[in-house]
Write a protein that binds this ligand. Structure first.
Ligand SMILES: Nc1nc2c(c(=O)[nH]1)N[C@H]1C(S)=C(S)[C@@H](COP(=O)(O)OP(=O)(O)OC[C@H]3O[C@@H](n4cnc5c(=O)[nH]c(N)nc54)[C@H](O)[C@@H]3O)O[C@H]1N2
Ligand SMILES: Nc1nc2c(c(=O)[nH]1)N[C@H]1C(S)=C(S)[C@@H](COP(=O)(O)OP(=O)(O)OC[C@H]3O[C@@H](n4cnc5c(=O)[nH]c(N)nc54)[C@H](O)[C@@H]3O)O[C@H]1N2
Ligand code: SF4
Ligand SMILES: [Mo]
Length: 700
């Protein structure tokens, strides 16, 4: 029996894997504190991909005719596939420069892979053009957390601290479906007499477990947060001593919320003024009584062109009430992907070097270049963000933009299904000279590739993940991979060797982790003191965990942040002014409804893995709408509807439910379709696309 962690979300639930003959059985790992033995359906069924007939076990190559027309994918040897990739990447580099080659990574990759991929891009390819799907996940919260608190770690304390809150505001999170074992903390908090507030245009299973549910018009959450702060200020409930001692910038923020009285909030958000007051009163009363208020955000408020401002505005509320720094109080973000946290710390982000260092900081460049044994001047600068990168693929230079990449290597993302404005993105992918995808299965994106490289899946390899609490955990290999597949680390190393990379690319994950530790040393996300052995004996180690002290005593790691100081050099948090703009695309006569998108319990992300697990419900996409809207459209439950936006259309059956705003429709994005509709407007600070709202028309 091996202890390991689930292949999916950021909870990284502990589980055991047992081999019995050919079967692989998932069992509970009761001692692991984050989930205490609980798993959701996806975790229990996660062994279902083992031995799946659609599992890739041989590289595939697509031949191109002399006229450029594309043939079918055919089986190839590893040498043929890798030689082809290396020679094409070299050709593109010679003809178009280093930035002619792009790399697209993922928040589902282990820390070791994310680190190796970032190093591979900067050192073996010399390209600045690397980014990853985490840009579509937590980037708005990351950007806001960095600016306001000086450090970006999803939760500033262990998940179990959530139970200590007296009021928990869940802004745009449906954690009962997206992190089900975490929902027990809501129940315990309420059993203790605390209250849960959910802000979501739908009455989700999470909202069903709340004391107060506010249902805003999608894309208007910023106004709610501004309105709450207005009432906190008006009531004289600001913790002036805390604000004076621990923050800067409050006076401007105080002035900026002056006009956000509840009726104004109601006009913008559709939430009744009385409900806005009820929420503010709850927070004010709790703070005055010395209680704890915790605001947690997730994709519902973050995946907007104003997502990072909305997060900043909620942080302002938490700061004004004097909460951040207390256990179970303040602000946190519920990260999403398995390694959503670690994936954004070790260098696969366009502007980043390992240890959450900036690629534009000369000292950071010098430190990392020394670990890599290369000249700091040889490291490229900052590249394009994920959507801007995809949008630029195959494009010639223009007056204000250099030419886009002509070749791209993708690890761990199914872009065709999960990117916004997906028809456009798919067309960009098709314009490439070379698309290489490493995957376990022939995802919709792999099916477009010129070369597909079959890689190991979680139970077949070892590596670390950093969960939503900043706890670094260890996934351990439990079974032998099928013949013919390689690990991502082996793929990266084999390509680096063929490209004559001027640094080493180890394939043993523990060796890579030790190198990552050195590269991260002294950075904000310092992993230098973490080892596989420590993770095993301590059930995870929280970063920052610098190298042992001079006398050899190990650093204990940092479960709780901000108790005495924030991450900025002066130790103070920043109040930052935000101004309401609203969604990039507003309803109009042609597209009169709000469309929003999200998740269901039984499927994961683009569905590439979970749609292939036979014990999970594969319903296909559907359009959730309110009975009032159904009546207006003259449709009934189950009837196939067409949903159109300015970018594309899809057809899917109606699901008529009382639990959604009548002016809004919801489509899950686990199947092809939803993202043909979504808007690619970006948040100016985080470059997050507006997945959560656009204008749509629905017809029966
Ligand atoms: N079952 C399952 N679990 C998952 C995943 C999965 O694919 N499936 N993915 C993982 C990943 S990567 C992530 S990022 C997390 C995401 O976790 P969540 O953020 O909880 O999931 P979503 O369903 O994307 O969005 C949450 C809610 O936002 C609401 N919402 C939509 N628009 C708005 C708005 O304008 N304002 C507000 N306040 N709410 C809005 C939606 O109705 C939805 O209920 O889940 C992780 N866990
Ligand atoms: N409309 C809409 N779109 C969204 C969202 C939304 O809420 N609404 N949410 C966005 C968010 S938060 C996210 S995180 C993205 C996620 O969307 P994607 O980036 O598409 O993520 P996955 O579906 O997890 O894709 C992972 C792919 O990598 C493969 N894979 C899994 N593990 C490994 C590995 O270790 N190595 C390699 N090489 N491959 C592996 C899987 O088989 C799968 O094909 O979607 C975004 N898109
Ligand atoms: S909650 Fe997340 S980590 Fe836990 S079993 Fe479900 S998918 Fe896996
Ligand atoms: Mo995500």
């Amino acid at each position: 029996m091996t202890t390991t962690h689930c292949p999916y979300c950021s909870l990284q639930c502990g589980m055991t894997l047992r081999r019995e003959g050919r079967a692989l059985t998932v069992g509970p790992w009761a001692e692991f504190p984050v989930n205490e033995g609980a798993l959701c359906r996806k975790g229990w069924t996660s062994a279902g991909l083992r031995g799946h007939r659609e599992r890739l076990t041989t590289p595939l190559v697509r031949d191109r005719a002399a006229d450029g027309s594309r043939g079918e994918l055919r089986a190839a040897t590893w040498d043929e596939a890798l030689d082809l990739v290396a020679s094409e990447l070299s050709r593109v580099r010679t003809e178009h420069g280093a930035d002619g080659v792009a790399v697209f990574g993922a928040g589902g990759l282990t820390n070791e892979k994310a680190y190796a991929l970032g190093k591979f891009a900067r050192v073996a390819l010399g390209t600045s053009q690397i980014d990853y799907n985490g840009r579509w996940c937590m980037s708005s919260a990351a950007s806001a957390g960095l600016r306001a608190l000086g450090l970006d770690r999803g939760l500033p304390f262990p998940l179990a601290d959530v139970e200590k809150a007296d009021v928990l505001v869940l802004a745009g999170s449906n954690l009962a479906e997206t992190a089900p074992p975490a929902a027990r903390h809501l129940d315990r908090l309420r059993a203790r007499g605390g209250q849960v507030v959910v802000v979501d245009p739908r009455r989700t299973p999470t909202a069903e477990r709340s004391d107060l549910h506010l249902a805003p018009v999608p894309g208007t959450d910023l106004a709610l947060a501004l309105g709450v702060l207005h009432l906190v200020v008006a009531a004289g409930a600001v913790d002036e001593a805390y604000v004076a001692a621990r923050t800067t910038g409050f006076d401007e923020v105080r002035r900026s919320v002056a006009t956000w009285w509840p009726e104004q909030v109601e006009r913008v958000t559709g939430i009744a003024a009385a409900e806005v007051r009820a929420l503010a009163d709850l927070l004010i009363g709790t703070a005055r009584a010395g209680g704890r208020v915790l605001v947690l955000t997730a994709r519902g408020v973050e995946q907007h062109s104003q997502g990072s401002d909305t997060v900043l505005a909620w942080i302002n509320v938490a700061l004004a009430l004097g909460m951040p720094g207390r256990e179970g109080a303040g602000y946190g973000c519920l990260t999403g992907q398995g390694n959503g946290q670690g994936g954004r710390e070790h260098g696969q982000k366009a502007d980043q070097l390992p240890g959450y260092r900036s690629i534009e900081d000369p000292a950071a460049r010098a430190h990392v270049a020394a670990v890599w044994g290369v000249d700091p001047a040889s490291l490229p600068g900052k590249g394009r963000s994920a959507y801007e990168l995809l949008d630029a693929l195959g494009r010639p230079a223009t007056d204000d933009q250099p030419a886009g990449p002509r070749a791209m290597l993708v690890l761990g993302s199914n872009i065709v299904v999960s990117a916004p404005n997906a028809l456009h993105v798919t067309e960009r992918l098709r314009s490439l000279d070379l698309l290489v995808v490493a995957d376990l299965v022939l995802s919709e994106t792999a099916a477009l590739a010129d070369v597909v490289l079959p890689v190991t899946q979680w139970a077949e390899e070892t590596g670390t993940m950093t969960n939503l609490e900043g706890r670094v955990v260890l996934r351990q290999r439990a079974i032998t991979p099928p013949a013919g597949v390689r690990t991502d680390l082996e793929v990266i190393a084999a390509l680096a060797e063929r490209l004559d990379a001027p640094s080493t690319f180890p394939t043993d994950p523990e060796e890579v982790f030790a190198e990552l530790g050195r590269a991260s040393a002294g950075g904000p996300a310092d992993y230098a003191g973490i080892t596989y052995d420590r993770i095993r004996t301590e059930q995870g180690v929280f970063w920052p965990c610098p190298a042992p002290y001079a006398d050899g005593t190990p650093h204990p790691g940092t479960p709780r942040l901000f108790a005495d100081r924030f991450g900025h050099p002066d130790g103070r948090a920043r109040f930052l002014v935000t101004t309401f703009r609203g969604a990039a695309e507003q309803p109009c006569d042609d597209f009169p409804l709000h469309l929003t998108t999200g998740r269901v319990l039984g499927q994961y992300q683009s569905g590439a893995q979970t749609r292939r697990v036979k014990d999970l419900p594969d319903t296909g996409p559907y359009v959730e709408l309110h009975p009032l809207l159904a009546r207006r459209l003259g449709t009934t439950d189950g009837e196939v509807l067409t949903v159109r936006t300015r970018r594309g259309a899809m057809r899917a059956p109606a699901r008529v439910v009382e639990t959604i705003r009548p002016d809004t429709v919801f489509v899950p994005f686990h199947w092809v379709g939803a993202n043909r509709l979504t808007n690619d407007a970006l948040d100016p600070a985080s470059r997050m696309p507006e997945f959560k709202v656009c204008a749509a028309a629905v017809t029966a």
